[in-house]
Design a protein around this ligand. Structure first.
Ligand SMILES: Cc1cc2nc3c(=O)[nH]c(=O)nc-3n(C[C@H](O)[C@H](O)[C@H](O)COP(=O)(O)OP(=O)(O)OC[C@H]3O[C@@H](n4cnc5c(N)ncnc54)[C@H](O)[C@@H]3O)c2cc1C
Ligand code: SF4
Length: 516
């Protein structure tokens, strides 16, 4: 059977680990890990866990959807209409499930260029690298009665807005009444093409990537070099250390995740990495890779002139949006992805709304919730789910519900869970509001002016929901009130988020999952 835990909801209450310890367990204090592909013999216990989970975070295969009546607005779809989803992954599947549970009974076609049914990517850099799940064992659980025409292993190559048709690589054409663009991102390759193709140089985005990298780790390399200290790079370094493989992580920032989470939190995470034996080279870049006569990578040289011998290099330097297939289609695209409005409707180059074309997930470039005209894209699981749900409801009803959920994301690394809410990357100031950095269990709260705009918890995830509400309510910064869990006074001092200029989010996406 297949399961997935919505880690944006999970509060580490541990009922699941108590009821089904063969499937759910904790690493360190709060980092839940689970088997996404457990044996059928555990089904009853997993069902008990799902029922007991206080935040209903556990999803499993085979649940029946409970359809609501079809919408009756004049612009609502009818049973003779067809929805086409391009991109068969998290956002695409979520949209299909939302369409069906909303009562849509017409034809649904999902086009995906990967041969696999929709699978979950977060376990690829965690359970799969560690060998506790197979690369082909992370298929997303789904309702048994979705009734979908799957066109897998087929790439969309164009969109004809006039003929309302998706064009396929094999020359096929798939007509639609409404279409959802959910083509996500791909790993940004190493910029020197010759070196990117060396044997031993990897990226990590797909199940195939994870399978190849896992095979390298099983072969016990002398050393792995991870280029980029974003979330993915840090998780890969964490997996290497868990497997007792020497690892060097090179990051051009002052500390891993500094751009996403600010200096105060990133400095703690840098210490955590070093304590776990990572050879961390901050404020450093890779200037060249060397290979032997057979084209296998053997060494890397850094900007400080130093060199390391390596057998494996993992390039974790960000992502590129899968937008090329839309070129010339009349849908506005840019480096942040496919432009859409707050209701997930795609825009034309002149900013007009394209009523029958919708966008969701990592590929969507949407208006910043503050309404200040900036565009953002968010490369996180929770955003793909919430945005695809809103898009699907609008597709079905013709309505204009807004996607304005406060973003939440998580990362498991070095036995800790990091959970972040809001927009820490855009804040001016930060304060430790609960716990203590010395204990490696705290909440950092971020402010812009006198408003709370974000929070990051390290092994303190129960606070995340509280701060999500505070952000939504525009609560004042620094947060007031003392708790039993107060940090030492020295840590309660409000500090600048970054000692260097904060990032310009008007031109950058708000995510650092893979961007060093
Ligand atoms: C290794 C890894 C670990 C992660 N861990 C976390 C985590 O811990 N926490 C977190 O919040 N997020 C995490 N994420 C991010 C999360 O997985 C993504 O936000 C999520 O997958 C986005 O879903 P999506 O459906 O929008 O896009 P994607 O998952 O990128 O799917 C897009 C799909 O569209 C397909 N496609 C592209 N072009 C075409 C075309 N022309 N025709 C047909 N199909 C096409 C792609 O091949 C792909 O299958 C992780 C991601 C990775 C890679
Ligand atoms: S919140 Fe749910 S999924 Fe998370 S640990 Fe508790 S029971 Fe398990």
């Amino acid at each position: 059977m297949r399961i997935a835990v919505d880690m944006t909801r999970c509060q580490s209450y541990a009922q699941c680990a108590f009821l089904a310890p063969d499937v759910f367990r904790f690493e360190g204090e709060e980092a839940l890990v689970y088997d996404p592909d457990p044996s059928e013999e555990f089904r009853a216990r997993i069902e008990q866990s799902a029922a007991a989970c206080p935040v209903q975070a556990i999803r499993l295969d085979g649940e029946h959807r409970r359809p609501a009546p079809e919408a009756s607005a004049p612009t609502a779809l009818t049973a003779t209409d067809r929805v086409v989803v391009v991109g068969a992954s998290l956002a695409g599947l979520t949209a299909v499930e939302t369409l069906r549970s909303g009562g849509f009974t017409g034809l649904v076609t999902v086009i995906g260029d990967e041969p696999d049914e929709p699978y979950d990517r977060p376990p690829l850099s965690k359970q799969v690298l560690l060998g506790t799940a197979g690369a082909r064992g992370t298929r997303l659980p789904r309702a048994s009665d979705l009734d979908v025409e799957w066109r897998l292993g087929e790439a969309a190559t164009g969109l004809d807005l006039r003929a309302r048709t998706v064009l396929l690589a094999d020359g096929g054409r798939v007509p639609y009444d409404r279409v959802l663009i959910a083509t996500g991102t791909r790993a940004r390759p190493w910029p020197v093409a010759r070196d990117a193709g060396l044997d031993g140089v990897h990226t990590l985005r797909t199940a195939d990537d994870a399978e190849r990298l896992r095979a390298r780790l099983v072969a016990r390399p002398r050393r792995v070099l991870v280029i980029g200290g974003g979330f993915t790079g840090s998780e890969i370094a964490s997996a290497c250390r868990r497997l007792d493989i020497p690892v060097t992580l090179v990051d051009r920032g002052r500390a891993p995740l500094a751009r996403a989470l600010g200096d105060t939190v990133a400095d703690v995470l840098a210490d955590v990495q070093r304590e776990h034996g990572v050879d961390l080279r901050s404020s450093t870049t890779v200037t060249s890779l060397r290979a032997d006569a057979r084209g296998t990578v053997t060494a890397a040289t850094f900007s400080d002139g130093s060199e390391v011998d390596v057998d494996v290099v993992v390039v974790a330097i960000g992502a590129l949006r899968n937008i090329e297939w839309l070129s010339g289609s009349g849908v506005a695209v840019g480096p942040l992805g496919v432009d859409c409005d707050a209701s997930c409707r795609a825009l034309g180059p002149d900013g007009t709304v394209l009523d029958d074309v919708f966008v969701a997930g990592d590929v969507a470039a949407f208006p910043h919730p503050s309404g200040d005209g900036r565009r953002v894209s968010v490369e996180h699981w929770g955003n793909a789910v919430s945005q695809a749900s809103v898009a699907a409801d609008n597709i079905r009803t013709g309505g204009q519900a807004r996607h304005d959920e406060v973003p939440v994301f998580w990362s498991n690394q070095f036995g800790h869970v990091i959970k972040s809410v809001g927009t820490p990357e855009a804040a001016d100031s930060v304060v430790i509001a609960q716990g203590s950095t010395a204990r490696r269990a705290f909440v950092a709260v971020y402010g812009t002016g006198d408003r709370v705009v974000g929070a990051t918890a390290l092994d303190h995830v129960k606070w995340v929901e509280h701060y999500r509400r505070q952000i939504g309510e525009g609560a004042s910064f620094p947060p007031e009130g003392r708790t039993v869990d107060d940090p030492p006074d020295a840590e309660r001092t409000v500090r600048p988020r970054s000692r260097i200029t904060r990032p310009d989010t008007s031109a950058q996406h708000s995510d650092e999952r893979t961007t060093p």
